[in-house]
Ligand binder design. Structure first.
Ligand code: HAM
Length: 545
């Protein structure tokens, strides 16, 4: 038997199918509606950016950058790239005389290609790369000189020179290093600076919806391609009222979606004035209990002691709980800011749980951090995370005066939590606007419940009539299923039943002659003949009940 390839989605990524996809649409649409009422506009961002953007903003010590990014060298597949790979693939010395010749030939061709106008256009001209190219040129010229004087060219010397050139060729970048976005805050800030948005009046409020990529160990609620709905506020003000309003917006969204049991955790992690001293204090305390900590936490004592507070290891909990708390180490400005955020939340009727261990896994945060957990998610129960990042715009080359705060909701987890709670309604309101054909504006069900109308037709003339009727029904916002080929009566109604249609509308020769359609309500098999105007009134009334 022929071998049939069986393709499956890659580990950690998945398809989202109907009817679940309709719930996703509802969640995303509700976010757009709620965020819109708070004055946020949508930003559509690239899926990939330069790796350096993420490394600089998220931080080179973070799990996201160190372990989880999908990165690649964005090079063309031209001759230069092929020759570099050929060269890099040769075994290191020692080489036989014959093989040495092949390697040298490949070296010559690589150098030629690197200098050819077509490929050199693609090679990044940043200072580091130019230095590497210069070093290659020097070594290559030296190699050419010794190569011409046969006697000077011992096999060891050739091997050593070739090996050096091979290594340099591996280092010379042939394209930008880019990464699939693991999050979107860095991109929003990049876009804010690139488009000079600091000249816009007031704070710039942006939201985004889309996929992110992290190479994590997949489990329930944790995927390698996952989705976020996020929002960011960028501008000159860091008023605590902004922090509170951003959190209020989230709570309003969760309320609208009927997400029950959401718990808001907040913290302040200080700023560049008070945090370094706290980190040192923490480091000193951690050194004292070093032996009782896991290898990961031991490593973090050096790299980022704050992250030890994140540890979920049972054996470390008692030790961590005895460490100094950040809220007793905030400077006066951070203390005032944090107290005011809490007061501002209170006047909005929001009572957070203070959690001094909430430090977040990305480097750009300062002052306010927050996370929202939701039930039904197991260990991956953070449905949303966010915080203030006042220094990030400056770090990425924008004006130092620009402040920032935002959050991202994990859409996969939000949907999962709604499903666990049985909140799977997916009705969305579709506004049918202004066309002459518009008969009614209304609410259309796009969930797993079936179409409003299964339009069964019999005969060529009936098909033409049915196509026209389907169009008018759809223009009015009804969901219509129209068979593409003629079906026998019994089969047709059987399919309508299986699709869970509310009505079968039947068009045959008799109906055509009488200028009516037969409408059968499938729940009770009641049947009547109606003209088109009556049909629309009937369907509209039926939908209202
Ligand atoms: P984050 O905490 O890394 O923050 O991610 C935000 C949310 O995305 C998490 O709370 C979680 O719900 C979801 N999430 C993260 N990784 C995965 C995954 N592998 N699978 C499924 N869901 C996941 C950020 O991304 C920041 N950019 C948030 C932010 C915006 N801070 C300020 N502005």
């Amino acid at each position: 038997m022929a071998d049939k390839a069986k393709f499956q989605a890659i580990k950690g990524v998945r398809d989202i199918l109907p009817p679940e996809s309709a719930l996703w649409t509802r969640v995303e649409q509700t976010a757009r509606d709620v965020f819109g009422t708070f004055g946020f506009g949508e930003i559509r961002l690239p899926i990939f950016e330069r790796t350096e953007l993420f490394a600089r903003s998220i931080g080179v010590d973070t799990d996201v950058v160190l372990k989880e990014m999908y990165s690649f060298e964005d090079k063309g597949r031209g001759e230069l790239a092929v020759l570099r790979d050929v060269l890099a693939g040769f075994n290191p010395a020692p080489h036989s005389a014959e093989f040495r010749n092949t390697v040298m030939k490949a070296l010559d061709k690589y150098w030629e290609a690197l200098n050819s106008p077509s490929s050199s256009d693609e090679v990044p001209r940043d200072p580091d790369n130019l230095k590497l190219i210069e070093a290659f040129k020097r070594n290559y010229n030296q190699f050419l000189r010794v190569r011409t004087s046969e006697s000077a060219l011992t096999s060891e010397l050739t091997d050593a020179l070739v090996w050096g050139l091979q290594s340099l060729a591996r280092l010379i970048q042939l394209g930008e290093f880019v990464s699939l976005r693991p999050e979107a805050t860095a991109s929003v800030v990049r876009a804010y600076i690139e488009h000079g948005m600091q000249t816009l009046p007031g704070n710039v409020k942006l939201y985004y919806v889309g996929p992110m990529f992290r190479r994590e160990r997949p489990q329930k609620g944790r995927y390698r391609q996952f989705y976020q709905i996020g929002a960011e506020v960028l501008g000159p003000s860091d008023a605590p009222g902004i922090d509170a309003e951003v959190i209020e917006m989230l709570m309003r969204l969760f309320e609208r979606l009927k997400l029950k049991g959401a718990v808001l955790n907040i913290n302040s992690i200080g700023d560049k004035n008070c945090r370094p001293a706290y980190v040192e204090k923490l480091r000193a305390e951690l050194q004292k209990v070093r032996d009782q900590l896991s290898a990961d936490s031991q490593r973090r004592i050096e790299t980022n002691p704050l992250r030890v507070l994140d540890s979920k290891l049972e054996s470390e909990q008692a030790i961590i709980n005895k460490l100094p708390h950040i809220d007793q180490n905030l400077c006066a400005d951070c203390r005032t800011h944090y107290d005011e955020v809490k007061r501002q939340l209170k006047i909005r009727g929001i009572l957070p749980t203070e959690n001094w261990r909430l430090v977040r896994g990305l480097d750009y945060y300062m002052r306010t951090t927050f996370e929202i957990t939701a039930p039904g998610l197991g260990s991956q129960n953070a449905v949303c995370g966010g915080g203030r990042y006042d220094g990030l715009v400056e770090l990425l080359g924008g004006p130092a005066s620009t402040k920032g705060i935002g959050f991202a909701i994990g859409t996969d987890r939000l949907v999962l939590s709604l499903q666990e709670a049985g909140e799977t309604r997916a009705d969305v309101t579709v506004r049918v606007t202004g066309s002459a054909l518009t008969v009614a504006a209304g609410s259309v069900t796009v969930s797993g419940s079936g179409p409003d109308v299964f339009l069964a037709w019999f005969g060529a003339a009936a098909q033409a009539a049915a196509v026209g009727l389907a169009r008018r029904l759809r223009d009015a916002g009804f969901v219509v299923e129209l068979p593409a080929v003629e079906m026998k009566f019994g089969k047709s109604l059987g399919l309508a039943d299986r699709l869970k249609a509310r009505h079968a509308v039947i068009v045959g020769d008799d109906e055509l002659a009488a200028g009516v359609v037969t409408v059968k309500r499938l729940s009770d098999s009641s049947q009547q003949k109606l003209n088109e105007q009556e049909l629309f009134s009937y369907l509209r009334e039926d939908r209202a009940t």
